[in-house]
Design a protein around this ligand. Structure first.
Ligand code: G3D
Ligand code: MG
Length: 171
């Protein structure tokens, strides 16, 4: 098999869990220092070579909840996979994972979903343990679970490779 895969991946989760930071870290390998709230949706395109497969990955990053309602349908349309993020220092964002998952399933059906606990560099402020994350992913039947830091870059690359691998498995 040759040729190019074109994959759309959506990144969802509560406001301020680090969605934009994670996407920017992956796509540009830097941590954004000035916080600029997204308007509508930002789409980042990255060419990825994975085990001989060329993937044109379009990563969709949403804005805050208010503007999201208006573009919800358009945002999810055609997504092959999703990253659901929570902030390991923010239990509310962890509780909302199930709501985000319902949202994904409603609009995309049962596409691969990788669950991500972000901000693991904030060790002293951590409220959600790795075990809790693993348990949640298992209970919900999500494809994979990972913990990341957009700040240090820990596991960021792996997070995006994981979702591509999960999607290509079923493509
Ligand atoms: P969002 O796109 O999900 O809304 P952002 O979230 O990427 O805008 O990040 C929200 C805040 O969390 C930002 O801080 C950002 O710098 C911070 N952040 C994101 N990821 C990490 C991480 O891995 N570690 C740490 N320590 N901080 C992170 P500000 O202060 O600009 O609001
Ligand atoms: Mg954002």
């Amino acid at each position: 098999m040759s040729g190019e895969y074109i994959l759309k991946v959506v990144v969802v989760g509560d406001l301020a869990v680090g969605k934009t930071s994670l996407v920017v870290r992956y796509a540009e390998n830097k941590f954004p220092t000035s916080y600029k709230p997204t308007i509508g949706a930002d789409i980042m395109v990255k060419m990825v070579d994975l085990k001989g497969k060329k993937v044109r990955l379009a990563i969709w990053d949403i804005a805050g909840h208010e503007t999201f309602q208006k573009i919800r349908r358009y945002y999810y349309q055609g997504a092959a996979g999703a990253l659901i993020l929570y902030d390991v220092t923010n239990p509310e964002s962890f509780e909302h994972v199930k709501d985000w998952y319902e949202d994904v399933v409603t609009h995309c059906g049962k596409i691969p979903v990788v669950l991500i606990g972000n901000k693991i560099d904030l060790k002293d402020q951590r409220k959600i343990t790795t075990e809790q994350g693993i348990k949640k992913a298992e209970e919900m039947g999500l494809s994979k679970f990972l913990e990341t830091s957009a700040k240090t870059g820990a596991n960021v690359h792996t997070a995006f490779v994981s979702i591509i691998e999960e999607v290509l498995k079923i493509t």
